[in-house]
Design a protein around this ligand. Structure first.
Ligand code: ZN
Length: 60
């Protein structure tokens, strides 16, 4: 099973040993639980931001 790797410079996930965007060597992703929480946090921020843009920023 492939490990997901991470580019610290671009804040991107990839399966490659080097980042396809900046060419920097990627690192093995942080433990699954942490990354999942991080993804959820990003997702929630994104929802919140678009909700604010829509003027629906209450109760998120
Ligand atoms: Zn990169």
């Amino acid at each position: 099973m492939k490990r997901i790797r991470y580019c610290q410079r671009c804040d991107r996930y990839t399966l490659k040993n080097t980042c396809s965007v900046c060419g920097k060597e990627t690192i093995i992703n942080t433990p699954q639980k942490y990354s999942r929480d991080e993804e959820i946090a990003k997702y929630r921020r994104k929802i919140k931001r678009s909700a604010i843009l829509d003027g629906l920023n209450e109760r998120i």
